[in-house]
Design a protein around this ligand. Sequence first.
Ligand SMILES: [Zn+2]
Length: 328
Amino acid sequence: MIVYHPDYQKHILSPGHPESPKRLEAIVERLKKESLFNVLEPEKASVEQISKVHAPDYINTIKNVGFIDMEAPVHPETFDIASLAAGGVITAGKYAFENKSPVFALVRPPGHHSGKDYGGGFCYFNNAAIGVKNLNKKTAIIDIDLHHGNGTSDIFYEDKDVLYISTHQTGIFPGTGRIEETGNKKGEGFNVNIPFTVGCGDKSFDLAFEKIIKPIVEQFAPEMLFVSFGGDAHYMDTLGNLSLSSPRYASLCEKITNLAKNVCNSRLCFVLEGGYHLTALSEVIAGIVGSWHNKKIDYEFTNIRDADGIGNNIVENVVDVQKKYWEV
Ligand SMILES: [Zn+2]
């Protein structure tokens, strides 16, 4: 199932910006071509629902078209579209939970760089966090966007009922997501960072999944699994330097789907974050949704750039830190 609304394409961050309506246009076109576009229409999240994550002053600043961040300019229509994006994830999460069936929330603007009282990195409201808070179950969030989801990490940093795991490229925006950031107070041990270096891709992500993500999520035993999905860790993406290929990107997500099947009865919700190469982004998403329907996708970008796991030492360093909290 897909959650989508045509108004998501009305958000224009600034003319010519890579986080553009063309992204969803390309994804929708590809899903339609593969007969995978079965849509559930969302409603706007209410201020009350958004308030479960964001501070009232911050919500009002967006509503009143004020300034939040250079990389997240607020326009007159921003509040309504951002509320509809948050509502999309609430709808998707609820549907996935009730029907025990995976859902992909194809929303814009993205959300994982947005914290309680700040935005940035093309994000206004933290859609995934709003979905999690409104469902209110024991939840694991796996964030496989190129960038660290600093907003999501901050929101749940002291929360033992929400496990946050992020793979990302180190040394780029937003600069957070070090291995040593493991959560605080009651949330200590419930924050897991896998900061990859330039070039890490297919094999490194496999290692991260097998040695860290899978065992920790199994031991955490969530009732619900969210994935902050960014397509920008692809080797075609121009915003970063990780090197996932299309088939292995999709198969990583298929492994996450199987994990959700085993730990939480397929209560699984994917949320769109970044991803800026239109063909790469849309073929990977088609591959993910296709895997839910036993449909094979023909990929254009199949080069394996990291066959040997150049990020193995990073994975081992994460294991060293996390073994204090988990059997890894
Ligand atoms: Zn990103």
